[in-house]
Design a protein around this ligand. Structure first.
Ligand code: F6R
Length: 264
């Protein structure tokens, strides 16, 4: 059932099991402003929040908004801890293509967060299994993630949990799908350079976050957003599991929402 209130939709099923808020913006910029406001509210209400963060093109504008709020003295990151969703395997932290580098460059270097409180999985260790276990333990020791920011792949992946036969529970090593390698190749000078594996939080890890914010823009995400909101809950569309999370807000631009708008 879709309840329409201008650009705000609440998707609920009759039994009250599913309850997702969807906020549709005209543009990417507006979407980023709105998502950043929700994150700013989280940090204002709980200055020592644990934020789960994502990389990729989608959150860049949100990070820019957060940096602006910090520069205007409206946001303080000094007590915040961050845990990132994922990291490529075989790429060291100082490599410009690493997600650690991305996070430093797009957010951490520009706000007053102590770097020692920013965590990104280590993809350059030869002890990947231990790294995955340690990452889970770390999140538990931190008391869990208060707010998890998620982008979504065109194939419905969240983190690097690719479509597959089951929802992976914990942080694990993953073989990236060809379509993900191709999508990510835009950041590399050749296809051969794109890592084929990554370490990612599991679906179970993500589902344990207290609050989830999913962001998507562009027509390339329209089907993934439609399937996430209205398709069957299936590991073939990993983001669809979010329908069972009690506190999800989805921020989309009109293009990413276009398939929903057409069909409903
Ligand atoms: C990145 C991540 C991925 C991306 C997704 C969308 O940390 O977890 O799931 O969010 O691939 O990427 P963009 O935003 O580049 O379209």
């Amino acid at each position: 059932m879709l309840r329409l209130k201008k650009d705000f939709f609440s998707i609920a099923d009759r039994k009250g099991w599913i309850n997702m808020n969807v906020i549709v913006s005209k543009t990417y910029e507006e979407m980023c402003q709105k998502a950043a406001r929700l994150i700013a509210a989280q940090l204002t209400l709980k200055p020592d929040s644990v934020l789960g963060l994502a990389t990729g093109s989608t959150p860049i504008g949100i990070y820019q908004e957060l940096i602006c709020k910090y520069q205007e003295d409206r946001l303080d990151f000094s007590k915040v801890t961050t845990v990132n969703l994922d990291e490529y395997v075989g790429i060291s932290e100082d490599n410009e293509q690493s997600y650690r580098y991305f996070m430093n460059h797009n957010l951490f270097d520009h706000v007053n967060i102590p770097k020692k409180y920013t965590y990104v999985p280590n993809g350059s260790t030869d002890r990947i299994e231990e790294e995955c276990e340690d990452y889970e333990q770390l999140i538990e020791q931190l008391g869990g993630v208060d707010l998890q920011l998620l982008g979504i792949g065109g194939n419905g992946h969240i983190g690097f949990n690719e479509p597959c036969g089951e929802f992976p529970e914990y942080t694990h090593l993953v073989d990236l799908k060809q379509e993900t390698i191709e999508a990510n190749s835009r950041f590399f000078s050749s296809m051969d350079e794109v890592p084929k594996q990554a370490v990612t939080m599991g679906i179970g890890t993500i589902m344990q976050a207290k609050k989830v914010v999913l962001v998507a823009n562009g027509v390339g995400k329209a089907k993934a957003i439609y399937d996430t909101l209205f398709g069957p809950v299936t590991p073939n569309v990993p983001a669809s599991i979010l329908r069972f999370h009690p506190d999800v807000t989805v921020f989309v631009d009109e293009e990413a929402f276009s398939m929903v708008a057409q069909k409903h």
